[in-house]
Design a binder for this molecule. Structure first.
Ligand SMILES: O=C(O)C1=C[C@@H](OP(=O)(O)O)[C@@H](O)[C@H](O)C1
Ligand SMILES: C=C(OP(=O)(O)O)C(=O)O
Length: 427
């Protein structure tokens, strides 16, 4: 689908972003392992989370819904899962594939999991390697690095594992495997990655120990069925927060948005860049803080981003690059080599597409340097990457002339309501 975006005279209003993608995946998977029926509301009904639900159904889990974000999941503990008849399809979702590998590693049966063209090029050895150390058998292309992957699990042994990269997906896969392993599994992170899994484990009554960068899970614990209302997705809200900051006539209020500090690095950076932001935490739901963020037209200046901040804003870098492309002065993003193994190689695709709009951007092996200026409309391509497509749409809102985004349908992978929310803020 080609999407045409025109420069908008203003951007104003309030909206609630859809349910958080990371938390939706976790809620569905945890519910599928629980002893009974769990109820989820404000579940993200988007491509990635629907892939998780389809895989769980193929593993024998009973799911009612989702309907208007509500769903019921009936499960009988980890023993209730059964050998799937066919290949599991994780679609475009790295989270689905890596989490399910952690679940399947503890199951005695054989399964095969694959994904779309983008997912089949993303590295899985980071999960397969430690799961093999725990005793799972995993085969795949490139020695088990690339899907399709086959897996036969069973009686695992606990390990102590130092994550070579900060990855919440790898951390979570190991915690899920550790949950079903006799003994104590220990995972150490180089810097903190998003901690939704740890928060949800605790919410479901599972005992874990968290010390600094070390997480210990005590094996063979049961998950009690639970009820959860998922907060709004900060990563979805991020597109409109940045849009409001870079637009000359804007004021946007985002309600019911997740404010977990391991996710909100973008707020820290925008504030440093001089953004007019107001953040109010209103409550905590299922262990996750949420609240309101107000953003308005700002004059942004360039900044330097790297180190422990990167995992706290990794999915927001596409839209942050748009902010940097129009900020005053230069912005340097380092320590973000992980961007290369997302839905597209986000360092390359961002540079290629934003340059078409007149951005001054140089790539680095682990990031990029942007020199702020103005943007002009162009015909650009999403490369099938939802976050790139939406970041380009934000650029289009302030670019001179018209921007056409090729392959914009991929927005539905994480934010099917993006265009409707955009329309409401521009009329
Ligand atoms: O755990 C999660 O829900 C996610 C973790 C991050 O990936 P990595 O674990 O590969 O860093 C992030 O980029 C992804 O969108 C979702
Ligand atoms: C990287 C992302 O997701 P996943 O790894 O689950 O495909 C994302 O949503 O930007």
């Amino acid at each position: 689908m080609d999407l045409t975006i025109k420069r908008t005279p203003f951007l104003r209003g309030e909206f609630s972003p859809p349910g958080d993608k990371s938390i939706s995946h976790r809620a569905a998977i945890f519910a599928a392992l629980a002893d009974g029926t769990s109820e989820i509301s404000n579940f993200l009904e988007a491509g990635d989370c629907l892939s998780t639900l389809r895989c769980l159904q193929a593993l024998g889990v009973e799911i009612e819904g989702p309907r208007e974000g509500k769903l019921k999941i009936r499960a009988q503990g980890p023993e209730g899962l059964k050998e799937p008849e066919d290949v599991l399809d994780a679609g475009n979702s790295g989270t689905t594939m890596r989490f399910l590998l952690g679940v399947l590693a503890a199951q005695p049966f054989y399964s095969v999991i694959t994904g779309d063209h983008s997912l089949r090029r993303r590295p899985m050895a980071r999960v397969a390697e430690p799961l093999r150390q725990m005793g799972a058998h995993i085969w795949g292309r490139e020695g088990g690095n690339l899907a399709p992957l086959s897996i036969k699990g069973g009686n695992l042994r606990p390990i102590e594992y130092n994550l070579p990269v900060a990855s919440a997906q790898v951390k979570s896969a190991l915690l899920l495997a550790g949950l079903h392993t006799e003994g104590e599994t220990v995972v150490r992170e180089p810097v903190p990655a998003r901690d939704h899994t740890e928060r949800m484990l605790e919410y479901c009554g599972v005992k874990i120990k968290k010390e600094d960068l070390e997480i210990t899970i005590y094996g063979r614990q049961r998950i009690q069925p639970f009820k959860i209302c998922i907060p709004g997705d900060f990563s979805a809200a991020a597109f409109f927060l940045v849009a409001a900051c870079i637009h000359p006539r804007a004021e946007v209020v985002v309600r019911n948005v997740g404010l977990n500090p391991t996710r909100t690095g973008l707020l820290t950076v925008l504030q440093e860049m001089g953004a007019e932001l107001e953040v109010i935490q209103e409550g905590v739901s299922a262990g996750e803080p949420y609240g309101v963020v107000r953003a308005r037209s700002s004059s942004l200046k360039g900044t330097k981003i790297g180190g422990a901040l990167i995992p706290r804003l990794i999915d927001e870098i596409p839209v942050l690059a748009v902010a940097a492309a129009v900020a005053q002065g230069s912005t340097v993003i380092r320590d973000a080599a992980e961007l290369k193994v997302k839905e597209s190689d986000r360092i390359t695709t961002l540079a290629v597409e934003l340059r078409k709009m007149g951005a001054k951007i140089e790539t680095l092996p682990d990031g990029m340097v942007l020199e702020g200026g103005s943007l002009k409309g162009a015909v650009v391509d999403s490369h099938g990457d939802h976050r790139l497509a939406m970041a380009l749409a934000v650029a289009g809102l302030i670019a001179e002339g018209e921007t056409v985004i090729r392959g914009a349908e991929c927005m539905s992978i994480s934010y099917p309501g993006f265009l409707a929310d955009l329309e409401a803020l521009t009329k």
